[in-house]
Design a protein around this ligand. Structure first.
Ligand SMILES: Nc1ncnc2c1ncn2[C@@H]1O[C@H](COP(=O)(O)OP(=O)(O)OP(=O)(O)O)[C@@H](O)[C@H]1O
Ligand SMILES: [Mg+2]
Length: 402
């Protein structure tokens, strides 16, 4: 996949940008606070209709535009996918609230000029973004890991993206009913309808996450072995909130049991199991006024040589594991969709040691397209600099570097 042209209107500090984007690596340099991260965020937003690390969409709209009567931002990418020129456009409009109520953000997604749902972006532009704060995926709360996984899966799989969106709605309805029942009483069977729905959508998520994590594990392990010169073996392990597999019998004296294989389970059996489990936890849910079980509480774990990196990994170990995960994500998207995603690297080189930096740049150079930012061009070796196009970002404008 190749991004060919990017247009931005009122996106962060880019009031107006029209840029033809070359193939291969592009180095984006500039001093602090000029717009490097904003530019990568815009491309990512066009792929996912979501900002990384749960920044709100509203923050994307340019400050000055917010002073206008109907503030808006517009992002457009023209890209080549499956050898066809395509176009994705996302419009954000902040509609003034009626009678003093708060303004509402309205979002529209258009693919090739036709209004579509966000889940249809799976058929659009794909991007993989590396940010320095991605270490939170490994070290932060489970929500960070779910977001990372959902973002990758939703780009490749429209069915997953749709199930994720439906699951969120059903969960909110079920939780609202739990609260209402706690306050006003009611009969537990009212929950039955929402349990069915939750199990239906939840099973799609659990099944896809089981498969994707197993595939990511398979792809990330050799990349990681390469990055650590064979010193460490990385594994990713799914920790589902509702586990469709029966608990393994405890085996004393065997701390490193092989990870259970959940990829053999079909969606229907997961759905039926989750439905029953929801019924079993119903009285607990009524007490807590919230749904205690399901993919909204899933997690996954990184281990290196059997050690849980979240608890015991060194900073450098964790950076290398994150790098392996992101590189695996690129491979995974390629295997799933037949297209290489656009790689977006924001200031991550500064965090890596010399060997790792070289490994990464070698991979960057081998991809069809990558946008790489840095405040310090010296970070890149001469050979890479000669092969790359270099742009300079100055106060929300882009120009070829001198
Ligand atoms: N909605 C917005 N409207 C206008 N300007 C914004 C908006 N959001 C952020 N900015 C500003 O845009 C500028 C560019 O931010 P950005 O994070 O892209 O800079 P950067 O070039 O990546 O800098 P650094 O090298 O420090 O990472 C900053 O001054 C930031 O405060
Ligand atoms: Mg930045």
């Amino acid at each position: 996949m190749l991004l060919q042209h990017l247009s931005l209107t009122n996106v962060r500090n880019f009031v107006r940008l029209e840029a033809d984007v070359p193939a291969g690596p592009t180095l984006i340099v500039g001093a602090n606070a000029q717009g490097k991260t904003s530019l990568l965020e815009a491309v990512y937003y066009l792929a996912r209709a979501a900002s990384p690390h749960a920044h709100s969409d509203r923050q994307l709209i340019n400050f000055l535009a917010l002073q206008e009567a109907t503030p808006f931002a517009r992002l457009v990418a023209e890209y080549r996918r499956a050898d066809r020129l395509q176009r994705v456009e996302i419009r954000l409009v902040l509609e003034p609230g009626l009678n003093g109520s708060e303004a509402r953000l309205h979002r529209e997604v258009l693919l090739n000029g036709v209004k579509r749902r966000v889940s249809d972006l799976a058929g659009g532009l794909h991007a993989v973004l590396f940010l320095p704060q991605d270490l939170r995926v490994l070290e932060g709360p489970p929500s960070e890991r779910r977001q990372q996984l959902d973002s990758t899966l939703a780009q490749a799989d429209a069915v997953y993206a749709e199930a994720l969106s439906e699951y969120g709605k059903v969960l909110a309805q079920r939780n609202a009913l739990l609260k209402q029942m706690d306050e006003q009483g009611g009969n537990g069977s009212q929950l039955g309808f929402w349990d069915d729905e939750l199990a239906e959508q939840g099973a799609t998520l659990i099944r896809a996450r089981s498969l994707a994590l197993a595939e990511h594990d398979r792809l990330a392990s050799p990349i990681h072995a390469d990055l650590t010169r064979g010193r460490e073996a990385l594994h990713l392990e799914y920790l589902p909130s509702y586990d469709p597999l029966p608990p393994a019998p405890a085996q004393l004296g065997l701390p490193l049991q092989p990870a259970p294989d959940r990829t053999v389970l079909n969606r229907e059996s997961i759905r039926d199991g989750l439905r029953q489990a929801l019924e079993r936890t119903r009285s607990e849910d009524l007490q807590r006024r919230a749904t205690s079980l399901g993919p909204h509480r899933d997690d996954f774990r990184f281990t290196a040589n059997g050690i849980d990196l979240r608890a015991y990994g060194s900073r450098g170990q964790n950076r290398t594991a994150m790098l392996a995960l992101k590189l695996a994500e690129i491979e995974w998207l390629h295997q799933r969709t037949g297209e290489w995603p656009i790689l977006l690297l924001d200031e991550v080189l500064a965090e890596l040691d010399g060997e790792r930096r070289q490994d990464l740049l070698r991979r960057v150079a081998s991809l069809p397209q990558a946008l790489v930012t840095s405040a310090d061009i010296e970070m890149f070796e001469g050979q890479f600099r000669r092969a790359a196009t270099t742009w300079e970002v100055v106060a929300g404008t882009l120009r070829p570097a001198a």
